[in-house]
Design a protein. Sequence first.
Length: 361
Amino acid sequence: MIYRETGQFKTTYASDQQLFPILQDRVFVIGFLLFAFVAVPYIATDYLFRAILTPFLILSLAAIGLNILVGYCGQLSLGTGGFMAVGAYAAYNLAVRMPGLNLIVVFLLAGAFATLFGVLFGIPSLRIKGFYLAVATLAAQFFVDWMFARIKWFTNDSSSGSVSAPPLTIVVNPFNGSPIVADTPVSQYLLVLAFVCVFALIARNLTRGAIGRSWMATRDMDVAAEVIGIRPLWAKLSAFAVSSFFIGVAGALWAFVRLGSWEPLAFDVNRSFQLLFMVIIGGLGSILGSFLGAAFIVILPLMLNQLPTWLGIPLSTAMISHIEFMIFGALIVFFLIVEPRGLARLWAIGKEKLRLWPFPH
């Protein structure tokens, strides 16, 4: 007699409302977090932290914010880079003009300023949708680029337009009064990882609650959502607000931790397209898809750039760059054709097949 599972059944409300209702998912997430917090700081190199892990985590946070707006609420946005810039320059001005402010508070207030900006430019979503809304958010991107390049107050009257972040002082030691500064790749990685874990948990709970259901109902059919009592106005504005908050915090982290010093071109329209590609490739309407898309966008170009060296093929830097763009674009098209619902769907299919193996159905 062969044992075969028929499902994982819930017998209490508490088990049905668990964040990860499947046992295998809970074990995997706990094990992965332990590995990320405990093992990675000891086994990873400085290059791995600076070039891969820290950028991947920050872009994942921005992709989660964009996925809330595009994937869960169905509001197409091409102004994500501008919202990141608002968070970056807000954090810079708060840190420079209020030097005693805690760094964590600076990042959260930067997200609050990005929220105000996002709601302001999210108001057109109440009357327009689709490509028209995309053009409106693209206008926000161009406006932000002009604002931070031309208005010198935002750059603290810098003649070149470039600004530098102050030291990453997290907290002051109460015993000796010395500041605890995140000045090493490991400490910066742990700081970013803590932010990403907290915000991913918040996003997970929001999307599976009442506000998340209102977003998805508005995405699927806003007229039907209004008929059943959901207010599309508040659903769309709340999606813009939450999304902008996440993206603003990600922009502050990207500026302070990843760049150190930057100019407005660091958050141009190319950054907006990059984040949109992450969401589409990873999977619309999926928190996991935001991480998978960010990993695809961050790791794949580095691998393609190093591949000729590994194979011993002598190529110029310009040729390698062109080949990298061509292969990268072809792979994006390939993934969209093979699975339009993104890498998250491929991951779900793989899990289902492993649970049923070796049976065909």
